[in-house]
Design a protein around this ligand. Structure first.
Ligand code: PLP
Length: 376
């Protein structure tokens, strides 16, 4: 098997799984219980949270666990909207967000919120002048992803924050960091709210994080019992939290070294695929090497994906989470419907080997020739 869909999800790391299993077995007490077993679980959970907080140089009380990035994004956007609606109902998002952000925005529109979409240049970089113009007195939130999930375009969050706060210091800045954490270095201090999930960083499925700066107030959107976290009440998933903490530690070590290795693999694929007249490489100077997006002319991406599957090679078409026919990110950057109608995403990892890449290139060639009617 050649797995090249690491941006959809990653396999859980052995050490992480081991941590999960051991914690499930030895720390099954409910952290909300007052007895010894509960206290034992709570202490372990708190030390896992402390470790995550130290890695990101934030406060433990700024971390809320969710079941993944979708829930964390909901909590962030809905939480701000519900808390700030008396001050304003204007929200700005980029055209490069994950469908989960757009889904929340669509819902917020039905509640009377106004959503503006900030433009970007031909490299995918947020248009700073447009952002400045869009920010108003009643703009309560700007949400811009750190790394786009389809083209891997990375945004300069620090600069974006400066622009937002200069225009309106009360505007809250959220960033979906799901495709950034563990791939590139990120700073929570560039934003007020941030979200990510464990299953993209070799952690377990079912746990994500909302970082919320302690100076920011948001309203809860979930209600229940349990005092460990006001924003996500109920029994905390201690084994998932401890496993997440391990995954974060492992994924944030050696980032640069891994990135350099992945860059070489990425360039090897680009070099091989650029020779096909029916392949367009959707890569800009801001794309991180972990995500490589291509468009196919006159071949359906889904057909190509299934042909690769015959060789046990796994990639994505559009995002794994979207059934949209046109890639919204490719549209946002290239404004070309043909280019956006048939896209494949090849996502790489430090676990990807040169041999896998060579095999992928060879299978690609065979499939391309067959599907495009080319002959040897
Ligand atoms: N945000 C981004 C940028 C993503 O890439 C994804 C998943 O692909 C999500 C959010 C949603 O993550 P989850 O499916 O874990 O909720």
């Amino acid at each position: 098997m050649i797995y090249l869909d690491y941006s959809a999800t990653t396999p859980i790391g052995f050490e992480v799984l081991d941590t999960y299993n051991k914690t499930s077995k030895d720390f099954f007490g409910n952290p909300n219980s007052l007895h010894e077993l509960g206290v034992k679980s709570k202490n372990l959970m708190n030390s896992a949270t402390k470790q995550i907080a130290e890695i990101f140089n934030i406060n433990e009380s700024e971390i809320t666990y969710t079941d993944g990035a979708t829930m964390a994004n909901n909590l962030a956007l809905m939480g701000v909207a519900m808390h700030e609606h008396k001050r304003g109902k204007h929200i700005i998002v980029s055209k490069l967000e994950h469908p989960s952000i757009y889904a929340i925005c669509t819902h917020l529109e039905t509640l009377g919120f106004e959503i503006s979409y900030v433009g970007n240049d031909e490299e995918g970089l947020i248009d700073f002048d447009d952002l400045k113009k869009l920010i108003r007195e009643d703009t309560i939130l700007v949400s811009i992803c750190a790394v786009n999930s389809e083209l891997g375009i990375r945004q300069p969050l620090k600069m974006i924050r400066q622009i937002i706060k200069k225009e309106n210091p009360n505007t809250i800045f959220h960033s979906d960091m799901t495709q950034a954490v563990g791939k590139v270095s990120v700073s929570m201090h560039d934003v007020d709210l941030a979200t990510f999930t464990a299953h993209k960083i070799y952690g377990p499925k079912g746990i994500g994080v909302l970082y919320k700066n302690n100076n920011i107030l948001i309203s809860p959107i979930l209600f229940g019992s349990g005092k460990t976290n006001m924003l996500n009440p109920g029994t905390p998933a201690v084994p998932l939290i401890v496993a997440l903490s391990k995954a974060v530690r492992l994924a944030t070590t050696d980032i640069e070294k891994r990135e350099r290795f992945i860059e070489r693999l990425n360039l090897k694929i680009v070099d091989a695929l650029k020779k096909y007249s029916g392949v367009m490489i959707n890569k800009t100077k801001y794309s991180i090497p972990h995500i490589l997006n291509i468009s196919l002319r006159n071949i359906k991406a889904e057909t190509f994906l299934h042909a690769l599957e015959e060789f046990e090679v796994y990639v994505s078409s559009n995002t794994a989470c979207s059934s949209a026919t046109l890639s919204s990110s490719v549209m946002a950057v290239y404004n070309d419907k043909v280019r956006a109608s048939s896209t494949l995403r090849i996502s790489l990892s430090h676990l990807t080997t040169t041999d896998e890449v060579n095999k992928f290139i060879s299978y690609f060639d065979q499939i391309y020739r067959k599907l495009s009617g080319l002959h040897n």
